[in-house]
Design a protein around this ligand. Sequence first.
Ligand SMILES: *Cc1c(COP(=O)(O)O)cnc(C)c1O
Length: 396
Amino acid sequence: MKKEQKIETALSHHGENRADYAGAVVPPIFQNSLFTYESWDAISEAFDKRAESYIYSRGNNPTVRIAQEKIAKLAGGEQAILFGSGMAAISATVLHCVQKDGHIIAIKNLYGPANNLIFSYLKEKMNISVTFVGGKEVAEFETAIQPNTDLIYLESPSSGVFSLQDIPAVAKLAKQHGIKTMIDNSWSTPFFQKPLAMGIDFEVHSCSKYIGGHSDIVAGVVIGSKELLGKMFRREYEWIGGRIAPMDAWLITRSLRTLPIRMKAHEKSAMSVATYLENHPKVEKVNYPGLRSFDQYQLGQRQMTGYTGLLSFRLKTTDLTQVKAFFNGLNLFKIGVSWGGHESLIYALAISYIKELTPEQFAATGLAYGDMRISIGLEHTEDLIGDLEQALELIM
Ligand SMILES: *Cc1c(COP(=O)(O)O)cnc(C)c1O
């Protein structure tokens, strides 16, 4: 029997049939909206097999398919569908799972726009209610189940506060009750965490983060069984139309070839930075699932095979002027939202909250001015620590 290829090898070659395009080592970008046929019978036959056929690029496109096949392989799923953004993948998946007057159980601290979609928008439009749970205990999900619960929505680790859910246990509970499950796996990537093998129905990602990895695309993906995704393809994918552009799919194929080595580099560097910060006298606390001091370290060890480059920490100072001196004093870490790219970034969680909340309301969120989120890029670790060191010295 032929040995199954290792994932690094598959990401280089799987899904590519170079004989179809003159042996080119990199596939071409099929930048076309439609595909033409020889006859009435030929196009009619294509319609009979529309899930596989190339008819119109809102459905299938050869460049998109290559990236989809690689991601499905990586995640251990039967099928992957790429979308024009992570939110397009998320909204299509949620809409696929819910019914009018239904109910969703989701974790608190869900990615902001996803939270707004399920909590305000779907309530307004379809009378769908949501129960938010902390999610650290499986019993919280069990208690929240109602007769009309359609979906359990996880994000583990969550990208704001890094809390984990016991993925196999929640998947098992949901199956017992006939409830669909989805997980936002953007933080871990399918390289470090395989939710489908743990019983989850739909795995979604923002490919704008690590899967893209170069901060040059906005895209998303959902991965799952042929049965579930086949239905979604004909409905939420083709009808809502949030498809990915061939150029962006081509960039994802480029990115997937280096995903394993990038992730190992992000992990190694982030672990060093987290350890450095944890031992720094001006730092109160570091939140990073890879640290032994992380409260759910054991659970993380059970369900993830590695840790990525996004972490947060709290400065000891509570003085906003001092916090800003540190924040503005960084040179290498760029100020910006998002994460998962080659470049290191910093963002202060308070920036948006300060505009919306009074100081008392802000204190009630449990956040502090000195809460910093950093994305560790692919620069040399010594340079990154050096930059943090000089900026921390600016705090009096
Ligand atoms: C960025 C992000 C998304 C949304 O993805 P887009 O590609 O920006 O639409 C979803 N979930 C998480 C955890 C994210 O960080």
